[in-house]
Design a binder for this molecule. Structure first.
Ligand code: GUN
Length: 295
């Protein structure tokens, strides 16, 4: 069996077209332009490229976007003050602080400071709590993107054995929670594997759907999966550089080998990555509509 390739690039493109139309209508009918600020502390090349992609996409969709880059030695208080400024800025509906932050800054304190109504990343405990309870909230962008990819690819999750590899706050924990919820796109039986899991392959071999979010290049190999599995690869690992200095990327899954057994698989790049950015745009539009009292 050779897998169907689930293209995040194509799915994201289709959703962005829908968003572009909605954003233009919001401006025309209500004179509201969604506004997003991204805040990056330091010079991590991967974070720089993510933030610049987020701003570029926002701009292309008609979202007002501001990009703030702070020196790596910026104090925690300076960052908190900046967040407060944007909490009180009516032009800005969404605030995103790119993670990870330098070690001297308390990440939790920063995330708690963002007004939950502007927390388009869905990382504030109020939004995390609402997500767990299945209430209306901002869903975190990568898990939200994964749900959209599965749904739009026609993957049935109800009753499926889902194995999530990784227990991060950004991906592993929220996607596990979302997939077990009692609604369309959920209803799965979810197992979470992590660095202390004793026999990872014993779990992955049973899986109907594998979601790999560990940050270890090509960790999921063909012998770890069953025929007909659906594989969502969240890993973006920089494994080298091309002659002209571009990063060579690999996912957490050995794509070439696993695609021979899988029913469907996401590539890296061009899988989950574009979906994460697109869901951020969707959340920013939601924030603007909420602020205008339209939802
Ligand atoms: N770092 C890696 N993924 C994310 C994300 O989705 N949001 C933010 N703010 N930082 C990240």
């Amino acid at each position: 069996m050779t897998a169907k390739i689930i293209s995040g690039t194509e799915t994201a493109k289709a959703i962005r077209e829908e968003l572009k139309i909605e954003i233009a209508e919001l401006k025309e009918k209500h004179n509201v332009v969604p506004g997003l600020v991204t805040i990056l502390v330091g010079e991590d090349p991967a974070s720089q490229s993510y933030v610049s992609a987020k701003n570029k996409t926002a701009h292309a969709l008609g979202i007002h976007s501001e990009q703030v880059t702070l020196a790596a030695d910026t104090s925690e208080q300076e960052l908190l003050n900046l967040i407060e400024k944007y909490n009180n800025d009516d032009k800005i509906h969404g605030i995103l602080v790119q993670l990870p932050l330098p070690k001297h800054i308390n990440e939790a304190k920063v995330l708690y400071t963002i007004n939950p109504d502007k927390d388009v990343d869905g990382f504030h405990p109020v939004n995390v709590g609402k997500m767990v309870l299945g209430e209306q909230c901002y869903l975190p962008c990568t898990p939200h993107g994964i749900l959209e990819l599965l749904t739009r690819s026609g993957v049935n999750t109800s009753g499926a054995e889902v194995v999530v590899i990784g227990r991060s706050n950004i991906v592993g924990k929220p996607i596990s929670n979302l997939m077990l919820q009692k609604r369309d796109g959920g209803n799965a039986t979810v197992t979470i594997c992590h660095t202390r899991t004793k026999d990872m392959a014993a779990h992955t071999k049973r899986a109907d759907i594998i979601i790999a979010a560990v940050g270890v290049p090509k960790m999921v190999t063909a012998d770890m999966v069953k025929d007909g599995v659906v594989v969502i690869d969240v890993g973006v690992n920089r494994i080298g550089k091309t002659a002209d200095g571009k990063a060579i990327l690999a996912g957490d899954v050995d794509f070439d080998a696993v695609k021979e057994k899988a029913a469907a698989i996401t590539p890296v790049p061009g899988g989950v990555g574009p979906m994460t950015i697109t869901m951020l745009m969707k959340n920013t539009l939601q924030a603007a509509k909420q602020a205008a009292g339209l939802i």
